[in-house]
Design a protein around this ligand. Structure first.
Ligand code: HEM
Length: 211
């Protein structure tokens, strides 16, 4: 019974995550997406992907703090891979819409490796691609849990790169993105200090036992 409820909650949660995509498909279908659809959608796909990535990182932070999730929210811990892969699907559209805006011309491709904010974006995109294709049981088995976890820590390098990508673009929504990213990095620093302190205490206890 409880397994059934967990599956139901997971399915509802996944549907909820797809609502923004459905809403934008509706806007495209009804022709109410503004004068520059590719630009609007490029921004929206970047924004939605960012929210999903931040959600996953926040769960990771809470896990590090040994946060006890209320029973009704524990199913979320099983959704991290889905959320990660979904965010990457939005990033595929994000890059595709950028190329559409630039008319798929040679300039669009050369800019990817010459314009600073695009170099940051491409770097993050490549790492997130590697993480998305290895977000499955087969890769976990192949790499072994320890190596897989170490490999997925690349998400922090990707985070630094997309932070640079976004902050070097934003002028209009600087407060929104700035505060989101600042909170993320603030929490990450607290997390590193917390884990470091926990390790130090454990080491002290082990040493005391050995004396
Ligand atoms: C090759 C990879 C990428 C390309 C070509 C790219 C391209 C772009 C472009 C052209 C813009 C709009 C710039 C402007 O308005 O002047 C943008 C904005 C943005 N990108 Fe990327 N991007 C890439 C990777 C990423 C990644 C990995 C993320 C991570 C979440 C991301 C998140 C965003 C966000 C949040 C915005 C701002 C949207 C807004 O203003 O509402 N992008 N990107």
């Amino acid at each position: 019974m409880s397994l059934k409820i967990r599956n139901l909650k997971s399915s509802l949660f996944r549907i909820l995550l797809l609502v923004p995509a459905g809403y934008w498909v509706y806007l495209i279908g009804s022709g109410s997406i503004g004068v520059d659809p590719a630009k609007t959608l490029n921004h929206k796909t970047g924004e939605i992907a960012l929210y999903y990535i931040l959600f996953n990182l926040l769960l990771g932070i809470l896990i590090s703090f040994s946060f006890r999730f209320p029973v009704f929210l524990r199913f979320l811990l099983m959704q991290r891979r889905f959320v990660g892969v979904l965010s990457f699907v939005f990033l595929i559209f994000h890059i595709f819409l950028y190329l559409t805006m630039e008319g798929f011309e040679t300039k669009a491709w050369t800019q990817l490796v010459t314009k600073t904010y695009l170099i940051f974006g491409l770097g993050a995109w490549i790492i997130l691609f590697a993480l998305a294709v290895t977000s499955n049981d087969f890769s976990v088995r192949r790499l072994g849990v320890k190596r897989w976890k170490r490999f997925h820590r690349l998400v922090y390098i990707a985070s630094a790169l997309f932070t640079a990508h976004i902050l070097s673009i934003e002028k209009t929504d600087l407060i929104k993105y700035g505060s989101l990213l600042l909170s993320l990095w603030g929490l990450q620093i607290i997390r590193v200090l917390w884990v470091w302190r926990k390790k130090r205490i454990t080491r002290k206890v082990i040493n005391a036992k050995q004396v």
